[in-house]
Ligand binder design. Structure first.
Ligand code: NIG
Ligand code: FE
Length: 395
C-alpha cells in the first residue's frame, strides 16, 4: 500500500541529487513538498517511493496531510549505552559543584547491571528506546560495557539486539574491580574469549581509550583490543580524547575506524589526521554539558573538512539525556555549528558513521524512517530549545 504524505512546509532530504531542491547548505531542502512511502509486500520494510513538490505528487492508496510541518530524516543516534540499571544522579550533582569525572562511577553501574535480571533490563532498555522515538530518533546504536564478564557482556548485546541492529561490544569500557591487579589479563580476555563470545551478537567493537583515566585503556591496550575485533569481523569505533589529549583519535584514524567519539581535546595533529582520514568525528555535547567540560570546536573540525556527527551518548554517568534535538541545539549554541550542519550531523553523517546508506536521508529506496516537527522549519530545532517539537512520523 502506498501512502502520500502532504502538508510538508519544508522537507529536509540530505539528498544532494534531488532536482529542484535548495542545496546551498547541504540539506537538499524542498518547500511545499510531498512524499510517497510504502511496503512492497506484507512485512517488507516501509521505504520511500517518491519525493517531490506537492503539486506534482502522484496518486496513492492513502493520504496524510500534515498541515504545514517540517519533515526530516529520522535522527540517527550513533552512540548510546542503554543497557544499564541503577542511577548516578548524586554523581552528577557532585560534578556540578566541582568534582571531576574520571570514569570511576562506571563500576557502580556495572554492579547494578550485573544484579538486574533480563526482564528488568529489557524493560529499562525498551523505555529508553521509546523515549528516544518520541523525540524523533529512529535509529540507535547501543553498546554493552556495564557487564564486563563474558556472560554479562553477551547478555547486554543480546538484549540490545532485540531493539537495534547497531550493537557494539564494549568489553573494553573499563578494567572491572576484580581485575585491577592484573590489567593485562583483562585486556587479553576482552580481546580473546570475551570477544569470541560477543562477536556473533555485535556489529561493532568499541574501546574507551583514555590514558588520563586510571580505569580506561592506553593506546597500546586499545590497539590490541581493536585489532582483535577487526579480525573477528567487527567494525571499529573508539571513545577517544574525552578527558585530555591522548592517542585515541590518531589510533582510530590509523586503524580506519568508522567513528571516533568525544574528540573533546584535539591537537593540531589530531585534526590533521581526521581531515586526511575517513573516520567520522562524533561529538557528544551532552557529555560536556553534564561533566562541565569545554565543548569541542565543531566549527574548527568542519572547516578542516572533517565529517562531524552528533550523538547523545545516553548513559547514566556522563550524559543521561536521550534528546537529539538538545544535542543539535548545543552544537549550534556552543560549538559554532550552523543549524544545517547540526541537522546533517544528526542524520546523514551519523548514518555514515554506522556505514548505513538506507537511513539519514529521504530519497527513493531509503527506509521511510522520518522525523516531523511541530514547527514549519528545521531552524526551530535549536530555536525552540527544550521544547518537545520533534517526533517520529508514523506511516
Ligand atoms: O561515553 N567515557 C566512557 N564511557 C561513557 C560514560 C560511561 C559512564 O560514566 O557510565 C561515555 O562518556
Ligand atoms: Fe560513550
Amino acid at each position: 500500500m502506498a501512502i502520500l504524505v502532504t502538508g510538508i512546509s519544508e522537507l529536509i532530504t540530505c539528498d544532494p541529487t534531488l532536482e529542484g531542491a535548495d542545496h546551498s547548505e547541504g540539506l537538499g531542502l524542498l518547500r511545499d513538498a510531498a512524499i510517497v512511502v510504502g511496503a512492497q509486500y506484507e512485512d517488507a520494510p516501509t521505504t520511500v517511493h517518491w519525493v517531490g513538490p506537492a503539486n506534482r505528487a502522484p496518486e496513492a492508496d492513502w493520504a496524510i496531510d500534515l498541515g504545514g510541518k517540517a519533515v526530516l530524516p529520522g535522527f540517527v543516534d550513533s552512540h548510546s549505552h542503554l543497557v544499564f540499571a541503577g542511577d548516578r544522579s548524586a554523581e552528577f550533582a557532585a560534578r556540578m559543584t566541582g568534582t571531576p569525572y574520571d570514569g570511576g562511577g562506571i563500576a557502580t553501574t556495572m554492579e547494578a547491571t550485573r544484579t538486574a535480571d533480563d526482564s528488568t533490563l529489557r524493560t529499562l532498555i525498551g523505555a529508553r528506546v521509546e523515549e528516544m522515538r518520541r523525540q524523533g530518533t529512529t535509529t540507535v546504536e547501543i553498546k554493552s560495557g556495564y557487564g564486563l564478564t563474558v556472560e554479562d557482556e553477551v547478555r547486554a548485546l543480546r538484549l540490545a539486539g532485540e531493539v537495534t541492529e547497531e550493537t557494539t561490544y564494549l568489553g573494553g569500557h573499563v578494567v572491572p574491580p576484580e581485575h585491577r591487579g592484573d590489567r593485562s589479563a583483562y585486556v587479553d580476555l576482552v580481546a580473546g574469549d570475551m570477544l569470541t563470545a560477543a562477536a556473533p551478537h555485535a556489529k561493532w567493537i568499541d574501546v574507551f581509550c583514555e590514558p588520563a583515566s586510571p580505569h580506561a585503556f592506553t593506546g597500546e591496550e586499545a590497539r590490541h583490543i581493536l585489532t582483535a575485533g577487526r579480525a573477528a569481523g567487527l567494525g571499529l569505533r573508539v571513545h577517544g580524547n574525552q578527558l585530555d589529549h591522548g592517542p585515541g583519535v590518531q589510533l582510530a584514524v590509523e586503524l580506519g575506524a568508522a567513528s571516533v567519539d568525544h574528540c573533546t581535546f584535539l591537537s593540531d595533529e589530531d585534526l590533521a589526521a581526521l581531515a586526511d582520514g575517513d573516520t567520522v568525528a562524533t561529538l557528544l555535547p551532552g557529555v560536556e554539558f553534564s561533566t562541565r567540560s569545554p565543548y569541542p570546536d565543531g566549527r574548527r573540525l568542519i572547516d578542516a573538512g572533517v565529517q562531524v556527527a552528533l550523538a547523545t551518548d545516553c548513559n547514566p554517568g556522563t550524559c543521561y539525556s536521550s534528546s537529539m534535538p538538545l544535542m543539535m541545539a548545543l552544537a549550534v549554541r556552543e560549538m559554532g555549528m550552523t543549524p544545517a550542519e547540526a541537522v546533517r550531523a544528526a542524520t546523514v553523517v551519523a548514518a555514515t558513521s554506522l556505514a548505513r546508506e538506507d537511513i539519514g536521508v529521504v530519497r527513493h529506496g531509503a527506509l521511510a524512517e522520518l522525523a516531523v516537527l511541530d514547527a514549519p522549519s528545521y531552524l526551530h530545532i535549536p530555536y525552540r530549545v527544550g521544547v518537545p517539537i520533534a517526533h517520529t512520523l508514523q506511516v
